[in-house]
Design a protein around this ligand. Structure first.
Ligand SMILES: N[C@@H](CCC(=O)N[C@@H](CS)C(=O)NCC(=O)O)C(=O)O
Length: 202
C-alpha cells in the first residue's frame, strides 16, 4: 500500500492509523499547490479529485475519502479495535462520528485556510463551529476517546482536524474538554510518530 499525503492535512488521520495498527505502507508526499508528488508524478493521474488522502492498494486500486480509508485500514487489523466489527451497532456509531467529523468539522474548518476569506463569513463559520464544539465537548464528557475507553480511527480524524485550530486562530479555550483531549491524543506514540514523519514535531 501507499498513502499519498500532505503534512498536517486530513491525510494525517490515516497516517496515524497506519502507525497505530503497525501496517506496512509506503508514504508519498503531495504538493497540494502544484499537484505533484515527491517522485514527480502528476497527482491528478492518481486521484483526479486532486486531494489527499489517497491510498494505493496492493492491486493498484486507489481508495479515496478519509472516512473510508480509515475504515479500510482498521479492517486490515481488526484485532487492534481501531473500528468495531462491521455490521454491529458500535460500527454504525463510529460511522456516525466519522461523518460528523468530515462534514461538520473538516469541511467547515478547511475553507478557513484559504487566503482572502471575508471577515463576516469567517465569523459565521466560527459561530457554527462553536455549536459543533459544544456538542462534541458534551458527548466526550469524561471519556478519554470518542467511543469511550478505546482509541479508534475517529479519534485519529478528530485529532487531525482539531489540531488545525492554532493555525486557523480558533480559540479552543472555551472548551477545556477539547483542549484536554487534544493534549492527551498528542502524546500517543502513534500520533507522535506520524507527526514526526510529517515534519511537524522533532
Ligand atoms: N472529501 C475529501 C476531502 C479531502 C480534503 O479536503 N483534502 C484536502 C486536505 S485536508 C486537500 O487535499 N485539499 C487540496 C485541494 O482540494 O486542492 C475527504 O474527506 O477525504
Amino acid at each position: 500500500m501507499k498513502l499519498y499525503y500532505s503534512p498536517s492535512a486530513c491525510s494525517m488521520a490515516p497516517h496515524i492509523v497506519l502507525r497505530q495498527a503497525e501496517l506496512d505502507c509506503d508514504l508519498e508526499k503531495v504538493d497540494l499547490a502544484t499537484k505533484r508528488t515527491s517522485s514527480g508524478r502528476d497527482f491528478a493521474e492518481i486521484n483526479p479529485k486532486g486531494y489527499v488522502p489517497a491510498l494505493e492498494l496492493d492491486d493498484g486500486e486507489i481508495l479515496t475519502e478519509a472516512a473510508v480509508i480509515l475504515q479500510y485500514l482498521a479492517d486490515r487489523k481488526p484485532e487492534t479495535g481501531l473500528a468495531p466489527q462491521a455490521g454491529t451497532p458500535a460500527r454504525y456509531r463510529l460511522m456516525e462520528w466519522l461523518n460528523f467529523i468530515a462534514s461538520e468539522l473538516h469541511k467547515q474548518m478547511g475553507p478557513l485556510f484559504k487566503p482572502g476569506i471575508v471577515a463576516e463569513w469567517r465569523e459565521n463559520q466560527l459561530t457554527l463551529l462553536g455549536q459543533r464544539f459544544d456538542y462534541l465537548a458534551g458527548r466526550l464528557g469524561s471519556a478519554p476517546y470518542l467511543m469511550g475507553d478505546r482509541f479508534t480511527v475517529a479519534d485519529a480524524y478528530l485529532f487531525t482536524v482539531l489540531n488545525w485550530s492554532p493555525y486557523l486562530k480558533i480559540d479552543l479555550r472555551p472548551w477545556p474538554k477539547l483542549t484536554d483531549y487534544l493534549a492527551r491524543i498528542a502524546t500517543l506514540p502513534a500520533v507522535r510518530q506520524a507527526m514526526r514523519e510529517e515534519g511537524l514535531i522533532t
